[in-house]
Design a protein around this ligand. Structure first.
Ligand SMILES: Nc1ncnc2c1ncn2[C@@H]1O[C@H](COP(=O)(O)OP(=O)(O)OP(=O)(O)O)[C@@H](O)[C@H]1O
Ligand SMILES: [Mg+2]
Length: 334
């Protein structure tokens, strides 16, 4: 008998329910996110393997789910596997399944994540963390469109769309020999690069709005709004944890705040105190300006030297106008 219960638990473990995860709910109004939505709807209809690349929390799983939901496979299962979260010794049988008696303790046969996704889509998250032995086995599966369970001899046909995701630079991993070139080509028929949230601050207002509505829904409370000062600070913050971190901040603000509006006081210090240093001031009592402070002063000087003409300031700084615009926003130099 095949066991499905464990599979179901693991798949659920990977998914993060809550925020706008249904088809068409990739929230954002930045040019990058608009392009992303277009790519997602086009690629959903084209049954090729995809590679999603981006920092943690940028929305790789959301995009994989959306591709699945918009694709002709949407009636089939969506299975997500975090390859980095499963111990290497277990990952092989978790992915490919095993026959009864394949090894000590393997009394019952298991289906494996790949066959559990039959007719649907599998997301192989953190695929860059897979051992070279498993990389070879996965390559065979992709080439032959069939799986041989651990301990078995028979190749069982497989009809699954593979979406791989990684925060690593797989091209660099290929160069340093830690990732197979042939597997890289198989997975990377199309790569979608999802930019970090700090590179698309325009997405923050609609994301916050959607999150506030979501929270109100979940908590059955009236929808709260956010004031412009809080939003401006959020738009200049770096967001190392990307959209996931933004969601945590909004949840925290909801939990702490009392009035109908989220204000700067409801934000964590890391965000609320960003703009506290004035020109020439030093950070952390070290007597030495922080890199952030020095950068801000330098950009300000370039703007002064060019009488506020941004194209000229960008030239002085040897950066493009878009990067200068981002710095002006980030360091509140408008
Ligand atoms: N554009 C977006 N619109 C709405 N919600 C988003 C968007 N991007 C990300 N999210 C939400 O942010 C959270 C994190 O996204 P997700 O889990 O897809 O990131 P990830 O890139 O897979 O992260 P990790 O690398 O840590 O696995 C999820 O709750 C997701 O729904
Ligand atoms: Mg993920």
């Amino acid at each position: 008998m095949l066991t499905h219960e464990r599979l179901k638990e693991d798949c659920i473990m990977l998914s993060s329910p809550g925020l706008a995860e249904s088809a068409g709910h990739i929230v954002g109004r930045s040019p990058q996110t608009r392009l992303l939505r277009e790519q997602v709807s086009r690629l959903a209809l084209c049954d090729v393997n995809l590679l999603l690349h981006g920092e943690s929390g940028v929305g790789k799983e959301l995009i994989a789910r959306t591709v699945h939901q918009l694709s002709p496979r949407s009636r089939g299962p969506f299975v997500g596997v975090n390859c980095a979260a499963i111990h290497e010794s277990l990952l092989e049988s978790e992915l490919f399944g095993h026959i009864a008696g394949a090894y000590t303790g393997a009394e019952k046969a298991t289906l494996g994540f790949l066959r559990a996704a039959e007719g649907g889509t599998i997301l192989l998250d953190e695929v860059g963390d897979m051992s070279s032995q498993l990389q070879s086995k996965l390559l065979r599966v992709l080439e032959e469109r069939a799986v041989v369970p651990v301990g078995g001899t028979e190749a069982l046909p497989l009809n699954v769309r593979v979406i791989a995701a990684t925060h690593r630079d797989l091209a660099a991993a290929v160069k340093d020999g830690s990732f197979r070139l042939d597997l890289y080509y198989r997975l990377n028929v199309v790569t979608i690069d999802i930019p970090p949230l700090r590179e698309r601050p325009d997405d923050i207002p609609p994301l916050v709005e959607a999150m506030l509505e979501d929270m109100a829904d979940v908590l059955c409370m009236p929808v709260r709004t956010i004031d412009q000062d809080a939003l401006t600070l959020m738009m200049s913050y770096d967001w190392p944890g990307n959209v996931r971190e933004l969601a945590n901040v909004v949840q925290r603000a909801y939990a702490l705040g009392r009035g109908p509006t989220v204000t700067v006081e409801d934000l964590p210090d890391a965000i609320a105190c960003q703009g506290d240093l004035g020109e020439g001031e030093v950070a952390g009592g070290t007597g030495f300006p922080s890199l952030k402070q020095a950068t801000r002063d330098h950009v300000r000087r370039a703007l002064q030297a060019s009488d506020g003409v941004r194209s000229q300031a960008a030239k002085l700084l040897d950066i493009d106008r878009k990067s200068l615009w981002r710095m002006i926003r980030r360091y509140d130099l408008d």
